[in-house]
Design a protein around this ligand. Structure first.
Ligand code: SF4
Length: 442
């Protein structure tokens, strides 16, 4: 595997993304940034667990001083992991954050509803980043593309790539190249195609910026790990990707072992999968594994087979030597669903949660999963905030979105159909709506 040649992007004085450097492992706090003590404690744990880059949400200008206090407290302790401010909608907040932390993540398209004004604000933002040596991630997600681009290309992988290229060209025009780019989606096929399209466009343009790769809103547990590995490894196995974030609806510490595995496997060093035997029968593979642990097995088989399934090189894979036939069948189901080749349960989109989360997201997701497990093939989103959640849950048939204050909004696609529903009743209301519309027995 030959890594894609990208330009090196320094982030602070201790880290470089791209340019052939090892794949950087990153994660994101789920504390409220205004809670400085809790955020510092979580950053400390994440740094000790191997995070090389830590992102914190910065909802508005009022969070800039807490962000500065978190940075200062970590530096005073000798923790020099670069910090990333995650900004949505507010170019003013992005400009302020660019003077405080090493990197700022934005989606410039949502700086302003008027596209020309968003471009003007983005130019001003780049000037500040240039002055401060701040790196930028242009992070576009499937589902949060502007109208101006979806009207031209639809809500497609090509649209995501074209949208990113517009901002990247502006960076080149401004002679600003400290830029990393991401095009995440929860749908692994869309995500992989979007990154591949962007690589082609960047190569044509003559500057290949480093890529932050991830499957957004992947969920949790085995499904979240398998889905993340299928999507991310499909790209890393062809050399695409300079930094990874595995988004799980779990505590961020849980993401790091998976991200580290991916980094080690695809950074170019020696790596051996625990697959011991394989045979191919027509377009179906049968593989045998001897893994040292179940967690390692999940990661190995997802990375060994994810891209082949996504790219339809094979139709299926089954497993031998995994302890029980039930476990082998379950892992096959999970893998085929993650690669979108066969659906045996609902497809869940669940955000990882962050400092904007206004509800007990992890508990809500478990409840929704338990009550909707029979709705095979339906796409159900569980999102932690009303500000970003609805825009991010592309393709969802139904959405359960935390409003804060113990209340939930229920969405049918992109449209809210019930607001301010008490959390204790929200799943019942969701199931009633699904039953009324589809005649499902819930
Ligand atoms: S949707 Fe989830 S991860 Fe995204 S900003 Fe809201 S709470 Fe954070």
């Amino acid at each position: 595997m030959k890594r894609l040649q990208t330009i090196p992007v320094p982030v602070g004085s201790t880290l470089t993304i791209g340019g052939g450097h090892p794949i950087v492992v990153q994660t994101m706090c789920n504390t409220h940034t205004s809670d400085v003590q809790a955020s510092v404690a979580q950053c400390r744990r994440l740094a000790a667990a191997g995070a090389q880059l830590i992102r914190l949400t910065v909802p508005g200008p009022a969070d800039i001083e807490p962000l500065r206090a978190i940075r200062d407290a970590l530096r005073a302790e000798g923790i020099d992991v670069p910090l990333v401010a995650d900004i949505h909608f507010s170019s003013q907040t992005a400009m302020l954050a660019a003077e405080v932390v090493e990197k700022v993540r934005i989606n410039p398209g949502n700086f302003h509803p008027d596209h020309e004004e968003a471009r003007r604000q983005f130019r001003s933002f780049l000037e500040i980043c240039k002055r401060n040596g701040t790196a930028v991630r242009i992070g576009l997600n499937h589902g949060s593309l502007g109208k101006y681009i979806t009207e031209r290309y639809g809500n497609t992988p090509q649209a995501m790539a074209e949208a990113a290229m517009e901002w990247l060209r502006m960076c080149l025009d401004a002679d600003f190249t400290r830029v990393v780019v991401s095009l995440k989606a929860s749908n692994t096929v869309v995500m992989v195609e979007a990154y591949r399209a962007l690589v082609r466009l960047m190569q044509e343009a003559g500057t290949v910026f480093p890529l932050h790769v991830g499957v957004t809103e992947a969920g949790n547990g085995d499904s979240g790990r398998i889905k993340s590995c299928v999507g991310i490894s499909s790209l890393l196995s062809e050399g695409i990707g300079d930094t990874v974030r595995v988004s799980l609806t779990e505590d961020p510490e849980a993401e790091l072992p998976v991200a580290r595995y991916l980094s080690e496997r695809y950074s170019g060093g020696p790596f051996a999968s625990s697959m011991t035997r394989v045979r191919l029968q027509q377009r179906e593979a049968v593989a045998c594994y001897e893994a040292p642990s179940r967690e390692r097995l999940l990661l190995d088989l997802s990375c060994d087979w994810g891209r082949r399934l996504l790219d339809r090189e094979i139709d299926s894979v089954s497993f031998e030597g995994l302890g029980s036939p039930e476990e082998a069948a379950y892992l096959q189901d999970e893998l085929l669903q993650a690669a979108r080749r066969r659906f045996y349960k609902p497809d869940y989109i669940a955000c990882p949660g962050c400092g904007r989360t206004m509800s007990n997201l992890q508990e809500a997701f478990e409840t929704v999963k338990a009550r909707t497990a029979h709705l095979k093939g339906m796409v159900i989103a569980v999102m932690g905030c009303i500000v970003n959640g609805p825009g991010e849950m592309a393709d969802a048939d139904w959405g359960y979105v935390g409003e804060g204050g113990g209340k939930v909004s229920i969405y049918r696609g992109k449209e809210p159909v019930l607001r301010h529903v008490p959390e204790a009743e929200a799943v019942d209301r969701l199931l009633e709506l699904i039953e009324a519309e589809k005649g499902f027995r819930v």
